[in-house]
Design a protein around this ligand. Sequence first.
Ligand code: DGT
Ligand code: CA
Ligand code: CA
Length: 576
Amino acid sequence: MNNTDVSNLLTTIADLMDIKGENFFKIRAYRLAAQAIHDSPEDISILVEEHRLKDLAGIGDAIAKKITEFVKTGRLTYFERLSEEIPLQILSLLQIPGLGPKKVATLFRVLNIDTIESLKQACIEGKLRDIDGFGEITERNILRGIQLLERTSGRSLLYHAYNNGQHYLQYIRECSKVIQADLAGSLRRMKETIGDIDIIVASEDPDTIMDHFINYPKIKQILVQGKTKTSVLLIDSIQVDLRVVPIQSYGAALQYFTGSKEHNVTVRGLAVRQGFKLNEYGLFEKNTDKFLSGRTEQDIYNNLGLQFIPPEIRENRGEIEAAKTKTLPRLLEEKDVKGDLHIHSTYSDGSNSISDMVEACAKRGYEYVGITDHSQSLKIARGLDGEAIQAKKEEIKRLNETAPLHVFCGTECDIKSDGTLDYPNDVLGLFDYVGIGIHTGFNMTKDEATERIIQGMKHPSVTFLAHPTCRMIGHREGFDLDMDQIFETAVDANTALEINSFPDRLDLNDIQVKRGKELGVRFIIGTDAHAKEHLEYMKFGVATARRGWLEKEDVINTVDLTTIEEFFKKGRKENG
Ligand code: DGT
Ligand code: CA
Ligand code: CA
């Protein structure tokens, strides 16, 4: 019994209570407890043994008692009773984007639906539309949600795979028989979702490496165990493939298993046309099988007459041609970013105060930071009214007297359904800069949504458009927009487009970023941080920018403080 087991049980209980329609606060207590145990560095059995459960934030008497019972006996009476009332399999329905516990409960009560398969069938047969609170639109949305789930299921968010992959890699590198070890596959390419994690190790002693590999404490199951390839499933349900190769083939293996497949196919074709043979062991002369290179990726690319191609752009989207003519972009790096311009504080729905967020930004070495809380209509996110804006401005002014970096007072102002902004012009004038975004009203046609966004972007006070398509990976498709029209407006109106770094947004995505750059768009990369811990998401925004071929010059928040101040001011003057 470990922390994850207990945390999972508490989450399951919360989900079941949710479907049962229990009190909101009671349910939230279970979710907070689950989180606290998941995050605790201390082993749950020790916490129970030493009666220290209640030291964790959010754990009270009732939950502590239940955890103790579960850890000591391996069973929990309360949970067993709950799962008699509500079958556990019903929880799978909660994975469907847009389907909440209330609807799940109704579906179970009225139609006895308890699996995704039976729900899909019922939607197809039109059985949901007559239920109270449902309708044809709900039916269609649920079907779309199921399709979205089918497309993304089995894949993890980059953020999730990245943390697991880095942790595992560090563990592997602790083994003294490792000469070199790196991530490969889609994770090294920093794709937005990851099927499985690939790790390549160079070593002359594969047996020792494999022994070490399978002793990693976070393994749930060993899937395949071989001499040079082993696959395991982690507790977090991600598969990891490890391959061990001799050092002279390390670069070749890394190149081969980093992919993408499409990139590899084209590179191999190029090799063949030059009289070579390329595989995971190295680059060879085709006729004589003479080994040419394989120790490093750099050697291989150079032997083929190519520049070294950064992993993030190995997608066969023109990088091989560019590498041939030595015209690859000099990709943006995380250290080029001088500030984060999309941050929330306790003024709206963030969990940390402005000064806490600013302090955390200073630790990251930023030169400036912008606090962009929500606007007045967004009540669920505690959007700011005029009075709150004044208070916030005052606080920032005081902070700027002592802060080690400059703090801007910004906003993330809603674009209303008719394309107007959620603040009148005089209020917008109070901010140092204005980000705009959509958070409600997603049922629109392509033309309507495009027009709504373009209207917003053309407003003279606007600096940037936040998370342009509003997609949520695995949860919401995002607006179907006329992207070229958005890009053209961005250029004409001098409005930057955001690459939002939040793990389930990454919006714009890599392909959109690349197209936008070709049309002359300028970008900002923001984290949309709602807590200090979210500031680290910047690396996923930067990765998305790199996958979209961006260079430092394409990204506005790489310039120094004076230049960005000019940019904010100039934007306003030029436009109105
Ligand atoms: P994923 O795991 O679905 O997110 O995507 P990848 O790209 O990590 O794919 P994966 O794990 O199946 O394989 C890792 C890399 O190995 C892949 O990017 C390219 C290479 N690879 C795998 N299978 C083949 C193949 O049949 N042909 C070629 N040329 N390369 C392959
Ligand atoms: Ca993979
Ligand atoms: Ca793999």
